[in-house]
Design a binder for this molecule. Structure first.
Ligand code: GTP
Ligand code: SPV
Ligand code: MN
Length: 596
């Protein structure tokens, strides 16, 4: 152990004033789970139904990431950019000193050494999280590699990210604890220059499991900028096609927009195989062969429960048969879990708030952002070599979002720079993964809006540079599973049937499909997308693929307004791409006029 870490731990302890300090080495899972049961944070599930599994119910006010309370504290406001909440670092430090002063009183402070990426790999990065939440420790042991070996790596000179977490609910002498302690004054704070994380108030998900969004994306993206790699909100899969050829694909979709589902895709076309490497975060570096290579820095899955059922994602269900922690799902009368989309609703449940529930209750039994948490290794689709240190060379990158209108099922970019424009202009209807108005359309570039640790415009520039530094970058596509008809019904069957889109994309990589040029990129030519047996008529397919010049012209206005917010930081290439798109839309409009 280094004295640097010891000094830091005692410094944090003298600020937060816990009763005890406990160093975690990764062997404590069972002990902590038992403690969480004793305290009432965990309800053990029926071991005959689901061995070694638990249900946690949070405080109903602590159920999702809180983006309004997430701060990037760079020295200069310009370095956080217009899409982040910036706060002056010195003022924030003072604020944090106040919040954390005595915040762990009456509790144990756990010290968790963790690694994002295989320990010892040159792509791995280390962190130490201190927390007063046993739930966080137990979850971190699933989601990251928690081990005292991390301390050895640090002692041997590796860098590490200090991450401080407190639920902000000190206990007075003799005070009875609650099942889910938290504090409404949530602060999730990143200092990109000193690579520090401070999180106060929330015990939930990305707010408190600091290896995830805070380190792997917010701090990760700034490390990546400085060191010449990419830290992304992406799933990572290896696809084997019917000819036995393998393709590695990463995909960025905003929160609750389908990453975990695509990561565990159960192919609907014969001869295809999809193996899971990662479902939420991908770190990408330049490989020696002129390609980009990727790893999943995480160690577990923290997936959205609602909507996960035998018809949508059987593989995900298989991953959570045992050793699973569920948060904010409903409890069945026989001690198992339930959520909307799992099966026909049972006659009686205990809902996520702990109340009696029947189908007549008129409320959701599970919170829309309820989650399951399991080790990666439990995914039945996990690639046997998923955590190999050398990573996986990327053949394609997909960008997507929830778009009821405008965006076709699949579009191929013309080249890398156009692909970066596609990523930069992704918009998506908001989901329950974050506090805020569900369903409202917002720009979510690269699905990184809540996760980019620096100026988004500089991040686009970094993307442009990385692609142009390698000789064989992956091809970039945009997908949209969520286009709706005039009755508000999603037209594309999605889930397993997304295999058909994957099939077309691989056909493009192999140069077997030609596609059809449109102003926004190449879409499948007539007959190229295999829709055999789906029962989709021509009119519906036409609507799923349609590129409408008028509504796209309106979209360019929105894109321009969004770009304007970045001022001089906007890479000129983005403006060039926008002009090109407009000129192509003009041409299509003229052609349509001639035709009519
Ligand atoms: P985060 O973990 O928040 O980053 O979410 P994610 O991107 O991994 O999303 P996930 O795969 O968990 O899916 C979120 C929701 O979208 C679930 O309710 C899914 O059932 C639903 N979903 C996923 N894929 C599809 C699809 O192809 N079609 C439709 N209609 N819904 C989908
Ligand atoms: C997301 O919101 O993108 C998630 C869940 O993956 S959380 O871990 O809370 O960030
Ligand atoms: Mn996510």
């Amino acid at each position: 152990m280094t004295t640097e870490i010891e000094n830091w731990v005692s410094e944090i302890a003298s600020l937060t004033k816990p009763d005890n300090i406990r160093w975690i080495d990764g062997s404590e899972q069972d002990e902590l789970n038992a403690l969480l049961v004793e305290r009432g944070t965990f309800t053990p599930l029926n071991p005959e139904k689901r061995p070694n599994s638990f249900l946690a119910r949070t405080n109903p006010a602590d159920v999702a990431r809180v983006e309004e309370r997430t701060f990037i504290c760079s020295e200069r406001e310009q370095d956080a950019g217009p899409t982040n909440n910036w706060f002056e670092p010195k003022a924030m430090r003072e604020k944090l000193q106040g919040l954390f002063d005595g915040s762990m009183r009456g509790r144990t402070m756990y010290v968790i050494p963790f690694s994002m990426g295989p320990i010892g790999s040159d792509q791995a990065r280390y962190g130490i999280e201190v927390t007063d939440s046993a739930y966080v420790v137990s979850s971190m042991m699933i989601m990251t590699r928690v081990s005292s070996k991390v301390l050895d790596e640090i002692a041997a000179g590796a860098e590490w990210v200090p991450a401080v977490h407190s639920v902000g609910a000190p206990l007075a002498e003799g005070e009875q604890d609650v099942a889910w302690p938290c504090n409404p004054d949530v602060h999730v704070v990143q200092f990109p220059e000193t690579k520090e994380i401070w999180s106060f108030g929330s015990g939930y998900g990305g707010n408190s499991l600091l290896g995830k969004k805070a380190m792997s994306l917010r701090i990760g993206s700034t490390m990546a900028r400085d060191e010449g790699w990419l830290a992304e909100h992406m799933l990572l899969i290896r696809i084997t096609n019917p000819e036995g050829k393998q393709f590695n694909v990463a995909a960025a979709f905003p929160s609750a927009c389908g990453k975990t589902n695509l990561a565990m895709l159960k192919p609907s076309l014969p001869g295809y195989k999809v193996e899971t490497i990662g479902d939420d975060i991908t770190w990408i570096a330049k490989s020696s062969s002129g390609k980009l290579k990727a790893i999943n820095p995480e160690y577990g899955l923290f997936g959205v429960a609602p909507g996960t059922g035998p018809d949508t994602n059987q593989h995900a269900l298989d991953s959570m048969k045992e050793n699973a922690v569920f948060t904010n799902v409903a409890l069945t009368d026989d001690g198992d879990v339930w959520w909307e989309g799992l099966s026909e609703p049972p006659a009686h449940l205990t809902d996520w708030k702990g109340n009696d529930w029947t189908p007549e209750s008129g409320e959701l039994a599970a919170h829309p952002n309820s989650r399951f948490c399991v080790p990666m290794e439990q995914a039945p689709t996990v690639a046997p070599d998923w955590d190999r240190a050398e990573g996986f060379e990327l053949d394609a990158i997909l960008f997507g979002g929830r778009r009821a209108t405008n965006v076709p099922l699949v579009t191929e970019s013309r080249d890398w720079n156009h692909g970066v424009f596609m990523g930069a202009t992704i918009a998506s209807e908001q989901t329950a993964a974050a506090e805020g108005p569900v369903g409202q359309l917002r720009r979510d570039p690269f699905a990184m809006l809540p996760f980019c640790g620096y100026n988004m415009a500089d991040y686009w520039n970094h993307w442009l540079n990385i692609g142009n530094q390698v000789s064989n970058p992956p091809k970039i596509f945009q997908v949209n599973w969520f286009r709706k008809d005039e009755n508000g019904k999603i037209m594309w069957p999605g889930f397993s049937e997304n295999t058909r889109v994957v099939d077309w994309i691989i056909g493009r990589l192999e140069n077997k499909n030609k596609g059809q040029a449109t102003p926004i990129g190449r879409i499948p030519a007539n007959g190229e997308l295999n829709i055999e047996g789906l029962g989709l008529d021509d009119e519906t397919m036409q609507k799923i693929m349609d590129v409408d010049s008028d509504s796209w012209m309106a979209e360019t206005e929105m894109i321009e307004a969004f770009f304007d917010g970045f001022g001089l930081a906007l890479p000129p290439e983005m403006t060039r791409q926008l002009h090109w798109l407009r000129s192509q839309l003009e041409l299509q409009r003229e052609a349509e006029l001639v035709k009519s």
